[in-house]
Design a binder for this molecule. Structure first.
Ligand code: ADP
Length: 400
């Protein structure tokens, strides 16, 4: 079966077409600037690039153009009827979804009900779903939630220490994100190392523009660093990560800003960007560090320090750790950050091999031969998880 994977953002739509026989990537593309001037579709099939500049007034128009590109001369399909199912990445499933589901009216209603928890992404995800229903009415749609994998966290990890009525009335709790990536990487790391997933304690470090860590104890997530929203946790590209909440009040009162305005600063102007004052991108930060830029050096130190704190915490939470896995843009490509994070961790049995650590972008062991804790780089593949779940659901059984 051929499965289309959609990742809809507010003004973009990323897609992949995968032939599940052999899990072969047939096409990959992106529609950018949906609803704004200069909309563009970019697609790649077998290394052949295709671009089309055409107006896309909404997600339905983008999906129509995507189907035209997929079935055109530079495409990978002779007809859209070849698409057996569509798997949608959905940001927030709240407490309702602990696994992927076949989308029906009730599921859409639940995604809608979670809009206050995912105000930027859930509406875009719904637009993507509704556009597919309109354009391909006979094709089943499956939702794969970023939050679902973290639903196994115990109460002591997901509740905040605030009056419990806020949990009961407003559902305020830790949800966690990047769940599809943490699920894939934790399992794949064990398979790669020949370890039994159900008997292994893994810490996954998903380090990209947005970053989060998860403690995965014998296949179940028991804690994660992002919270009610993706703002909590380690330092990120433009997000501050955890700060004392009183900071919000302090800035708001001092500078006459609203809570929303301060949150905007914490989400969009902080992190690597806020500290370096120059860039949110780790490659730029490294270049600046090479040139001796003090602010960039501080930003990089802060990033590594915040990751180290979570690794220590999660090892304590699980009573030890067997595998530490690095993934996503920074985790897969940045040997400097991996080295800074793992430096001096021999006390807990984790010793990096600084030579092996220079290898990037491939599945690889970067720990020393005598390290009890295995340290690995595992390129994430959220799309394949979405495709496998979609196939399993439309074939009638969700296997894992
Ligand atoms: P997102 O969270 O947007 O999916 P990514 O996982 O792509 O982000 O991570 C983006 C970060 O990873 C940036 O800080 C970037 O500098 C870094 N990064 C991505 N690709 C590379 C690469 N090939 N080499 C070095 N750094 C990279």
């Amino acid at each position: 079966m051929k499965i289309l994977i959609l990742n809809a953002g507010s003004s973009s739509l990323k897609y992949q077409l995968i032939d599940m026989e052999g899990e072969k990537l047939l096409a990959k593309g992106i529609c950018e600037r949906i609803g704004i001037e200069g909309s563009k579709l970019k697609q790649n099939v077998n290394g052949q690039a295709y671009e089309r500049i055409a107006p896309m007034k909404d997600h339905t128009a983008a999906i129509q153009l995507m189907l035209e590109a997929l079935t055109g001369d530079k495409g990978a399909l002779s007809s859209m009827d070849e698409i057996g199912a569509v798997g949608h990445r959905v940001l927030h499933g709240g407490e309702r979804f602990t696994a992927s589901v076949l989308i029906n009216e009730e599921v859409k209603e639940a995604i809608r009900a979670n809009i206050p928890l995912g105000p930027l992404h859930n509406p875009a995800n719904l637009m993507g779903i509704e556009a597919c229903e309109k354009v391909m009415p006979d094709t089943p749609n499956v939702a794969v939630f970023d939050t679902a994998f973290h639903q196994t966290m115990p109460k002591k990890a997901y509740l905040y220490g605030i009056p419990k009525e806020y949990y009961e009335r407003l559902h305020i709790r830790r949800y966690g994100f990047h769940g599809t990536s943490h699920r894939y990487v934790s399992k794949r790391a064990c398979t790669f190392l020949g370890l039994d997933y159900k008997k292994t304690r893994v810490i996954t470090c998903h380090l990209g523009n947005g970053s989060s860590l998860a403690a995965v104890d014998c296949g179940k997530c028991v804690d994660t660093s992002m919270g009610l929203t993706p703002l909590e946790g380690v330092l990120m590209g433009t997000r501050s990560g955890s700060v004392d909440p009183a900071v919000v009040q302090f800035i708001a009162n001092s500078d006459g800003l609203s809570v929303d305005q301060v949150l905007d600063i914490l989400n969009k102007k902080s992190g690597l960007m806020g500290i370096s004052c120059k860039s949110s991108d780790m490659r730029d930060i490294d270049d600046l560090c090479d040139a001796g830029d003090e602010d960039a050096l501080t930003a990089r130190d802060m990033l590594a320090h915040s990751i180290r704190k979570y690794i220590g915490a999660y090892a304590a939470v699980m009573g030890g750790v067997d595998v530490i896995a690095f993934t996503a843009g920074i985790g897969e490509n940045n040997d400097i950050i991996r080295r800074m994070v793992m430096e001096g961790m021999e006390f807990m049995g984790a010793k990096l091999d600084t030579e092996k650590n220079l290898k990037n972008r491939v599945e690889t062991v970067v720990s020393a031969d005598d390290s009890r804790v295995k340290i690995v780089v595992i390129p994430t593949d959220e799309e394949i998880v979405i495709a496998r779940d979609t196939l399993a659901i439309v074939s009638g059984a969700l296997m894992d």
